[in-house]
Write a protein that binds this ligand. Structure first.
Ligand SMILES: [Zn+2]
Length: 393
């Protein structure tokens, strides 16, 4: 643990500040501590507050801490300081970092404050030996979408880099892509009526029931779409695959009224290389052929959220070299795969910056749950892998 004194000290200070992403409490205080720590180890510090773009006008300071060695190349590393509320039932105070054996407990210790500590540790350790500039982007609001965090720095401030590392990530594999998403609602319209006179109505709830059964075929069609990129270890398929789920259902007013409208919510996951418009049109096409329409029903599709998928070419030297550095530090081979979920890499990747995700959030760390902790070894591994990479350039 001796070699983690600096990192645990930084982590302790930032875990102590409640940075709940819902209330935005503590954002300014935490960003100030981070800026101060960055300054102490010789990093250049800039702060960009995205509050003017928000609807609540609450401060959202984004801290950019740069180890500038005057190199032609700059690597970006993205982390976030906001957290989800701790909830009840903790064995230790969630805002007091508590080290027990090989674990350090605290809300955000794993997701994602431990990564901030690891990155600062890396910058401090490598110092002027770095062959590449190292820009650490420490943002709020990741837990609520990242638009005013990493999205703001990349899209509005125009922060640039040649390569990007998303350190808000796990360490079971090196992630070189993420799944995208299309969510929305499908509205089935029939004719509302009195349950005593069903022949005068067209039951939207029964219509949508039929549609849900039909959508199984669309789900099967989606599942045939396979990515070139591997799925995470222990997935049910070798490659990332297309998915479609019905997630919510809404209809009905009263037991004696036949509902005229029914609505289902869906969540469709795209493979990393899929075109979102094509995927959306395939769903529209499918819906236009469902045999409800001939029976007098109307079907409407409303898309709420779309996009976010990306992938990085595994043949790039960045991928190859970073993989080697990680493998050297962990002492075993690291699989390359893409995520079944999405991540903030969509912001850097959308600017053409090759993006890899790798971080200290092990699967068993209860992140977002009660008694969240980080494995001390994972802070060390992430720090040292990044040090190795910065030395190679
Ligand atoms: Zn996170």
């Amino acid at each position: 643990m001796d070699d983690l004194i600096y990192e645990l000290n930084v982590l302790k200070k930032i875990v102590a500040v409640n940075t709940d992403s819902l209330t935005k409490i503590g954002y300014s205080e935490c960003a100030e501590i981070i800026a101060e720590e960055a300054d102490k180890i010789g990093l250049e510090v800039e702060i960009y507050d995205s509050k003017t773009k928000s609807s609540d006008n609450l401060p959202r300071p984004n801290v950019v801490a740069t180890l500038n060695v005057g190199a032609p190349k700059t690597i970006l590393a993205a982390v976030h300081y906001d957290i989800v509320p701790p909830g009840n039932g903790w064995s230790h105070d969630p805002f007091t970092l508590t080290v027990v054996g090989e674990k350090a407990y605290g809300r955000g210790a794993a997701d994602d404050k431990g990564a901030i500590a690891a990155l600062f540790g890396a910058a401090k350790k490598v110092g002027k030996e770095a062959k590449t500039n190292f820009k650490i982007l420490i943002t709020p609001d990741e837990e609520v979408g990242g638009e005013l965090g990493l999205g703001y720095l990349i899209n509005d401030i125009g922060i640039k880099g040649d390569e990007a590392l998303i350190v808000d990530a796990g360490n079971e594999f090196l992630s070189i892509g993420a799944s995208g998403i299309v969510t929305g609602t499908i509205v089935v319209k029939g004719v509302q009526g009195h349950a005593g006179y069903p022949h005068k109505a067209l039951n939207a709830l029964q219509g949508i029931g039929h549609l849900i059964v039909e959508l199984d075929k669309f789900k099967e069609f989606r599942e045939k779409k396979l990515s070139k990129l591997d799925a995470p270890p222990e997935s049910i398929k070798d490659k990332i695959w297309g998915r479609f789920s019905v997630t919510m259902l809404k209809s009905g007013i009263k037991s004696n009224i036949i509902p005229g409208v029914a609505e289902l919510t869906f969540d469709m996951r795209l493979i990393p290389e899929e075109d979102v418009t094509v995927a959306e049109n395939e769903l529209r096409e499918f819906l236009s052929k469902v045999d409800l329409i001939g029976k007098g029903y109307k079907i409407d599709l409303k898309v709420a959220q779309r996009g976010g998928n990306y992938y990085t070419d595994p043949r790039l030297p960045f991928v190859h070299n970073f993989k080697e550095c990680v493998e050297k530090v962990v002492g075993r081979s690291m699989p390359l795969a893409a995520e079944l979920g999405g991540n903030d890499g969509r912001y850097t990747s959308s600017k053409g910056i090759p993006t890899i995700s790798y971080g200290p959030i092990a699967e068993d760390t209860n992140f977002h749950g009660v008694n969240e902790f980080i494995w001390l070894k994972d802070i060390r591994v992430v720090r040292d892998a990044i040090v190795e990479y910065l030395k190679v350039g």
